[in-house]
Design a protein around this ligand. Sequence first.
Ligand SMILES: *Cc1c(COP(=O)(O)O)cnc(C)c1O
Length: 459
Amino acid sequence: MSSNDPLKAAYDHATRFMSEAGQRHVGARATREELLDALGGPLPAGPTDPAEVINHLALAADPGLVATIGPRYFGFVTGGSVPVTVAADWLVSSWDQNACLFVTSPAASVMEDVVSSWIVDLLGLPARAGVGFVTGCHMANFTCLAAARHEVLHRAGWNVETRGLRGAPRVRVLVGGEVHVSAVGALRYLGFGSDELETVPVDDQGRMRADALRRQLGDGRGPMIVCAQVGNVSTGASDPVADIIAMAHACGAWVHVDGAFGLWAAAVPELRAQVHGIDGADSWATDAHKWLNVPYDSGLAIVADTAPLRAAMGMKASYLQRGDDEERIGMDWAPESSRRARVVPLYALLRALGRDGIAGIVRRNCALARRMAARLAAAPGVTLLNEVPLNQVLVQFRDDQTTTAVIARIQAEGTCWAGGAFWQGKQAMRIAVSNWSTTEADIDRSAEAMLACYRATVS
Ligand SMILES: *Cc1c(COP(=O)(O)O)cnc(C)c1O
């Protein structure tokens, strides 16, 4: 063993992994059985030296790690992590603060207040808006929609927190045909079954059709929630939110926007038109661990009016010391009590990059996505299926079957990693450029590798 200090051992392994991530085979290299062999076995009866545990862990897990932090991982919509955010994340674990109450960590509570106002400013949302710090966009959708459920029923004279949903006035929930599964999941946890949702048709890029929404809203009046989306997970396209908000508000509906990655277009002057009118919504869910490139466990639930969120989430117990009104109680803003100070890496990112640095990542990734699209679409037999408004590229290689084969081949080949999606009847390869460190050379090298896999498949 090189050291008997587990922290030093972890530091060495972590920094080596981070510096080599750009060179390694991007996908994992081990099967489940191989990983079970390396990591499994019976529960140890007694202790093992801590540094040895860390060294074993680094060695045994390594072939099962995916280089998602590297510059050529294009799967799902996956951010890497800017080094300053990893460093801040180490502090989170070392400090081990509980962001539950003010008294359990005044520093975490104040950082949540500071980052909340910075985020609202960065996204050009109403200054009175507030942010709850949750694990990811899925839970951000849940948190925002809990606030929505509270408010629309409150306006109908019903307190859902005390009376529940049984016997409550019916809440209509309208979603686009391309609603993200996590919003459907979130609605399910809130008592709205997936069959109850009213689906609004979308166009060929997955955008909710405003004319169809107008028809479906009709002259509806009662409790109503409309879920819009900016940044479709396959095409990157955004719903016409200004129109949606105007129509929905005319009917008294709450408008929630799922903007897991697409919301960050609002932080880039030349992209903001894609989400024009977004500041008029009632709630917004987004991720920091996707496009902002902070480590996992970072989602933001943003509400224009904070009272419904705090009504939906807040809890009281005699032993919970609540402190002064201006002191933020983390658990009033999120569906959790004890939780890590997940705001810290985001605080570090915003301080390190500033408004221009954040916009720079988003802008660069969009330009790189267009470069990828142009390289691939220039090859005979490759069809571009989306307009590439943001960082998503959707392509088909000749036909469904060939595309599936090319995806499998590129994942095994290891230069880069891209997954698939079935888009409006066609099998596609789905390429998301979300990493802060990706360069033009990475795009060119990856496009070359994908085209080589295509040629190998059809030859
Ligand atoms: C990724 C994503 C989500 C879910 O976010 P998690 O961070 O995985 O919880 C929700 N909506 C959209 C549009 C997404 O892309």
